[in-house]
Design a protein around this ligand. Structure first.
Ligand code: DC
Length: 224
């Protein structure tokens, strides 16, 4: 029987990490955990409390929060104080809130603990910003998945249009560049490619090609 494996996928916003990681997890028979959803959930809480500017208060309160990950028919749901916020955390204001709370070390400590507990004893594909560098330092495979900012903004733009929103492309691009900057320049676990992570640039790849390449890398690392 094959041993459990873990696959860490990091990269900037809009690189397609979650779509690619979810499809690869399914092909590999592993569980998929979207850690961005966890930061979004904590971000939404502090956004609602109007406390996003108050890092000290965020640090004080985060340990008392009730954030839960539930899998319903294989789909990851996020519960905040018992409320299902899976839809609410996809709003653009929740993205920026996630990036803001992600800079608070106490928030990272709280969520990293939850992520490591979730990964224990199972085969998992996890995506985020610090999975290869911090959450799963001994992962079977680490991948840094990226694409140019323009390609990423175009994909996000198309996704929002698909949901019936009519954003301005330059706003989507500006948001993404600002979030990249925040995520790469914060003091606590900034987004960076782990030294032993393989680079996967999807700028010129279709979704299927990206998934196939990730699955190929994973199978090689697992030794299948
Ligand atoms: O992957 P995403 O766009 O849903 O992530 C939202 C924000 O959460 C992102 O801008 C940075 C933060 N984040 C993080 O700091 N660490 C992670 N492991 C995942 C997300």
């Amino acid at each position: 029987m094959q041993k459990n494996f873990s696959i860490a996928i990091d990269g900037p916003a809009g690189a397609g990490k979650s779509t690619v990681a979810r499809a690869a997890a399914e092909a590999l028979g592993a569980m998929y955990l979207d850690t961005g959803a966890m930061y979004r959930t904590v971000g939404l809480y502090f956004l609602r409390e109007n406390l996003l500017e108050d890092r000290d208060e965020i640090a004080r309160r985060v340990d008392g929060l009730n954030v839960q990950v539930k899998f319903i028919n294989g789909v990851q749901h996020m519960l905040l104080e018992g409320e299902d916020v899976t839809e609410a955390i996809r709003k653009p204001e929740a993205s920026m809130a996630a990036s803001a709370v992600g800079a608070v070390p106490e928030v990272r400590a709280y969520l990293v603990r939850l992520q490591q507990e979730t990964a224990r004893g199972i085969s998992i594909v996890m995506d985020g910003r610090d999975i290869g560098t911090k959450v799963l330092p001994n992962a079977t495979l680490k991948v840094y998945l990226t694409a140019t900012a323009e390609v990423r903004a175009l994909r996000r733009y198309a996704e929002l249009r698909g949901k019936g929103e009519i954003p301005a492309y330059h706003c989507v691009l500006d948001d993404l560049v600002e979030r990249d900057y925040n995520d790469m320049h914060r003091a606590a676990s900034p987004l960076k490619r782990a030294e032993d992570a393989q680079l996967l640039d999807t700028s010129n790849l279709t979704l299927k090609q990206s998934v196939d390449e990730l699955v190929r890398l994973a199978r090689a690392a697992i030794g299948e």
